[in-house]
Ligand binder design. Sequence first.
Ligand SMILES: [Zn+2]
Length: 116
Amino acid sequence: MLSPAAYNVLRRQGTEMPYSSPLDMNFRKGVYSCAGCDTALFSSDAKYDSHTGWPSFWKPLPHAVATRTDTSEMMIRTEVLCSGCGGHLGHVFTDGPKPTGLRYCMNGVAMRFKAA
Ligand SMILES: [Zn+2]
């Protein structure tokens, strides 16, 4: 069962409040998986502190996520979806660090962390 907060993000494209997720400042070694279907999404190796208040990564695990154009809220953004269940995870932006230059801005409530 998803928590109401996770449901709001994964199934209703919601956004959690910045700095609300304990995963934002979690830098332990491990894997972040989808709270909806348990698909492994990101490795801690690609996590960094973007100072945005949301857990941020510079690359997903291979084939873990899908993207589509999101024109809601008067912005053109690239939505990031779980490849397993199609759940909304967040957005990806092009102001990330090397080597990809990408910033996967994720909702922590949509993910579960498993320490390595
Ligand atoms: Zn999923």
